[in-house]
Design a protein around this ligand. Structure first.
Ligand SMILES: Nc1ncnc2c1ncn2[C@@H]1O[C@H](COP(=O)(O)OP(=O)(O)O)[C@@H](O)[C@H]1O
Ligand SMILES: [Mg+2]
Length: 363
């Protein structure tokens, strides 16, 4: 059982608090992604799990064992970084074998593990090459292979794809997903600021902001039921449209008046005491549909920008919140021109409502 337990984990650099008390349970074999904007503390948390950073406060358990003072080499962990850090003068084979040689592993075992790792990462035909003769994606796969060879109980990745161009990023991401299936018992923790990587790789996502956990959940859970505005805006692309609103009727359903004057009733209950309070109304770009002027539309506005991407069309609609166009994402191509007045609607079940502090009103 190689689960991890983090209890009130804190980190400060001098007087600067970076992590404010992280509580988290990670199960054996789980693929957990830490996601959040740059500087929120993802790498710091990962490095603390690896043992590369001291723990300022709280307790960390791996396999049920308190590891606060256990050195990195004794934690059964392997880590892959953004920079591959391969030895330039060593072949792919020797780069992957190096750690095991140092550890005094026997030759047959080294050979078996290197070849198995190379096979699973499709690197077999490159084993005799030097890193400089490989693409960025292949180099990162060598770095991953080197980590696999150490037979880790917990596999840590810190933004392993950020140095790769878009196409290689997708290919290597698929490689990592495949690896996760092959190594089903190995716990993996993966740090990224890219919500697409988080959504596609994770069993569970941990959303961090400014040193705190905002929400933990399965990818679609975060997408469909974000706990607050931060998660709502961070997960999904383009981001959820948010319109300031006022609660004009509360109860088993809630009526809000949006900035711009339109009144909308949502199937979301709110306590009667919320009546009169300010709130934020949310709707995702992909949940909006074109409506007729006589329909029960959600809002109207003027098309400011049309982006035709082939598979989808993005419309930027002005007229509701000044300088904050509403983004509409429509499948396929549409004959829409700038300056056109349009109406949009959305299914009631797809609407979101947040209180003045950004917390979600639960359905
Ligand atoms: N060695 C350090 N000394 C002082 N501050 C640091 C150090 N390492 C990280 N920080 C600060 O901690 C915060 C979190 O950093 P980091 O974990 O690298 O964020 P992320 O990986 O989410 O981008 C940042 O504000 C960063 O400036
Ligand atoms: Mg980082």
């Amino acid at each position: 059982m190689t689960g991890l337990t983090l209890k009130d984990i804190r980190k400060s650099y001098g007087s600067v608090d970076v992590l404010h008390g992280i509580d988290l349970e990670i199960k054996e074999g789980e693929f957990v992604v830490f996601v959040g904007p740059s500087g929120c503390g993802k790498s710091t948390l990962l490095r603390m799990i690896a043992g590369l950073e001291n723990i300022t406060g709280g307790d960390m358990y791996i396999d049920g064992q308190l590891v606060n003072d256990v050195p990195p080499s004794k934690r059964g962990i392997a880590m892959v970084f953004q920079s591959y850090a391969l030895y330039p003068h060593m072949t792919v084979y020797d780069n992957m074998a190096f750690g095991m040689k140092i550890a005094g592993e026997n030759k047959q075992e080294i050979d078996r593990r290197v070849r198995a790792a190379a096979e699973s990462l499709q690197l077999t035909k490159y084993l005799d090459r030097l890193p400089k003769a490989l693409s960025g994606g292949q180099r990162q796969r060598v770095a991953i292979g080197r980590a696999i060879c150490r037979n880790p109980k917990v596999f840590l990745f810190d933004e392993p794809l950020s140095n790769l161009d878009a196409a290689l990023r997708v290919a290597t991401r698929i490689e990592i997903a495949r690896l996760n299936e092959q190594m089903a018992d190995t716990t993996m923790i993966y740090v990224t600021h890219d919500q697409v990587e988080a959504m596609t790789l994770a069993d569970r996502i941990v959303v961090l902001s400014a040193g705190n956990i905002e929400q933990v959940g399965a990818p679609l859970e975060l997408y469909e039921r974000p706990a607050n505005l931060f998660v709502a805006k961070f997960i999904g692309s383009p981001a959820m449209n948010v319109i300031p609103a006022k609660i004009t009727d509360a109860g088993t359903s809630t009526t809000v008046t949006l900035t711009g004057g339109k009144s909308v009733t949502l199937d979301i209950p709110t306590p009667v005491s919320e009546k009169g309070k300010t709130a934020s109304f949310g709707v995702r770009p992909e949940d909006l549909r074109i409506a007729g002027a006589t329909d029960d539309y959600l809002f109207e506005g003027e098309v400011a920008i049309v982006e035709s991407l082939g598979e989808v069309t993005l419309l930027y609609i002005e007229g509701l919140v000044p300088n904050e166009p509403i983004i509409v994402k429509l499948p396929g191509t549409h004959d829409v021109t700038r300056g056109q007045k349009m109406h949009f609607s959305a299914e009631r079940s797809k609407l979101h409502l947040f209180d003045a502090d950004g917390r979600t009103y639960r359905k």
